[in-house]
Design a protein around this ligand. Structure first.
Ligand code: G3I
Length: 397
C-alpha cells in the first residue's frame, strides 16, 4: 500500500511541476528561461555575430573541455588570437606552419562559426628571420616589400573562402603619448616602406581573396576626442576616407575595445558617434577585441568584496557601452571579445606593474561574471525601432 501511495504522490508531483513549468514558459511567450540563452542565440536575433579570440593551447587541452565547449556554444565567430600571425605561420622563411590555424578553421566550420583572420600586417610578432634580416641589411626595403606581398598572397590564398573578415593592417597609427603627440603612422612597416604599404596590403589581400571583407584594426578608436592633431580616431577616420577616395579596397573598421575600469572611458553615444562616422564611409564596423580590465589592488588580491564588486560592475558597464553602440548601428556586424575567461586572458601577462586582470566575461572557473550577464541582457532587451538587424557588408570594389 505504502509503495503505491509513494508512486502516486511522485506522479502527481511530476505532473504539477510540468504544469508550472509550462505556465512559466507560456508567461513569456513560449520562450525558455532567457538567462539560459547563449550569447550566439541572443545575438542572432539581431543578425549580429558575437565572437571570441581563441587560444589554441586551451582549445586543444584535453584536460579542460569546458573551454572548447564554451567557444562552440556561446560564439558564432572566432578569431585566431595568435596562430595566424606571421611569426607562427612562417617561423622559418619559406616553411609554413598551417596546422594550428587550419585546426581553428575546421573547428569553426564544424560549429557553424565564421572566422576573423588576424592579422596580415602588424609590427608585432614578426618572425626573427625577417626582422633580423632587415636589421642586419641582408633584407633591403625593396626585398621587404616583396616579402610582404608574398606573405599576404600566400596566407590569404591558403585560407581563401574560409575567412569572413581579415584584419589586414593592425595598429598602424601612433598614440597621443608617442612622440610627436600629433598622430602619425608608426612602427616597422611605415619606417621601412613608408605610408604606401597600407594601400598595398589591402590591394594584395583583395587580389588573393575577392570575397573576404578587409578591415583596418586598431585600439583607442572607441570615440572621438577633440578632432585635433592628437585625436587618433579622427586620424584613422581621415586615413581610411583618403584610402577609399583612392579606390583602396577597405571594407571595414575594427575598433578593438580594450578598456580599463580605472579610466573614464565612454558612454554609449560617444561610441555610437565614432562607429557611425566610419559606417558613413560605407564601411562595416566591428568591435574586435573587447575586454575591460581592472587594477588588481591589494584589496582585490585579498578578495575584499568592497574592492572587487565596483570593478566587476564597471567592467560590465564597459562591455555594455560597446555592445549597445554596436547594436545601434546596423553596419556593426560583429562584436568579438579578446578571450572570454580570466584564466586565459592576455591581460595579467601584459599588465604587471601594477597588476591588472578581471578583464573577461567568465571568471577563472568559467563562471559567468556581471559582464556576461550584462551582454546577455543587452542582447535580450534590444530591438526596434532603434536596434534593427545587421546589414551584411559586401566587398567594396
Ligand atoms: O608560443 C610561445 C611559446 O612557445 C613560448 O614558450 C612563450 C614564452 O616566450 O611565448 C609564446 O608566445 C607568446 C604568444 O602570446 C602566445 O602565448 C608570446 O610570447 C606573447 O608575446 C604573445 O602575446 C600576444 C600579444 O598579442 C603579442 O603582442 C597575446 O597572446 C595576444 O592576446 C595579443 O593580442 C593583441 C592582438 O593581436 C592585437 N591587438 C592587441 C592585442 C593585445 O596585445
Amino acid at each position: 500500500m505504502r509503495l503505491r501511495r509513494l508512486v502516486l504522490i511522485s506522479a502527481v508531483a511530476v505532473a504539477l511541476g510540468a504544469t508550472l513549468n509550462a505556465g512559466a514558459v507560456a508567461a513569456n511567450g513560449g520562450q525558455s528561461d532567457p538567462s539560459a540563452q547563449s550569447l550566439r542565440t541572443l545575438a542572432a536575433r539581431h543578425n549580429l555575430a558575437i565572437g571570441t579570440a581563441v587560444n589554441m593551447d586551451a582549445l586543444d587541452d584535453a584536460n579542460d573541455p569546458k573551454y572548447r565547449q564554451l567557444v562552440a556554444s556561446q560564439f558564432s565567430t572566432v578569431t585566431a588570437e595568435n596562430v595566424m600571425k606571421w611569426e607562427v605561420l612562417e617561423p622559418t622563411q619559406g616553411t609554413y606552419n598551417w596546422g594550428p590555424a587550419d585546426e581553428l578553421v575546421a573547428f569553426a566550420q564544424k560549429n557553424h562559426q565564421k572566422v576573423r583572420g588576424h592579422v596580415l600586417v602588424w609590427h608585432n610578432q614578426l618572425p626573427a628571420w625577417l626582422t633580423d634580416g632587415v636589421a642586419n641589411g641582408t633584407i633591403s626595403n625593396t626585398q621587404l616589400r616583396d616579402l610582404l606581398k608574398k606573405h599576404i598572397t600566400d596566407v590569404v590564398k591558403h585560407f581563401k573562402g574560409k575567412i569572413w573578415q581579415w584584419d589586414v593592417v593592425n595598429e598602424a597609427a601612433s598614440d597621443p603619448w608617442d612622440s610627436p603627440p600629433a598622430i602619425h603612422l608608426k612602427g616597422f612597416w611605415a619606417e621601412h616602406l613608408g605610408a604606401g604599404y597600407i594601400a598595398d596590403a589591402f590591394r594584395w589581400a583583395r587580389a588573393a581573396d575577392p570575397n573576404a571583407l578587409l578591415f583596418y584594426n586598431d585600439y583607442n578608436l572607441e570615440a572621438f576626442s577633440d578632432k585635433g592633431p592628437s585625436d587618433k580616431t579622427f586620424f584613422v577616420y581621415n586615413m581610411i576616407k583618403q584610402l577609399r577616395a583612392q579606390g583602396v579596397p577597405v571594407d571595414g573598421l575594427g575598433s578593438q575595445g580594450h578598456l580599463g575600469t580605472q579610466y573614464g572611458n565612454y558612454d554609449t553615444f560617444q561610441v555610437k558617434d565614432a562607429l557611425d562616422a566610419f559606417s558613413d564611409l560605407k564601411l562595416a564596423v566591428a568591435l574586435t577585441e573587447v575586454d575591460a580590465r581592472s587594477q588588481m589592488t591589494a584589496g582585490v588580491l585579498a578578495n575584499d568584496s568592497n574592492e572587487i564588486n565596483p570593478r566587476l560592475q564597471a567592467s560590465a558597464y564597459n562591455y555594455s557601452v560597446l555592445l549597445q553602440a554596436c547594436l545601434l548601428n546596423p553596419h556593426c556586424i560583429s562584436y568579438t571579445v579578446w578571450g572570454f575567461d580570466d584564466k586565459h586572458s592576455w591581460v595579467p601577462t601584459w599588465f604587471t606593474n601594477p597588476p591588472e586582470g578581471l578583464a573577461t566575461l567568465y571568471d577563472e572557473s568559467y563562471q559567468p561574471k556581471k559582464a556576461y550577464r550584462m551582454v546577455q541582457s543587452d542582447l535580450l532587451f534590444a530591438g526596434p525601432p532603434f536596434v534593427l538587424p545587421r546589414i551584411p557588408q559586401t566587398p567594396r570594389r
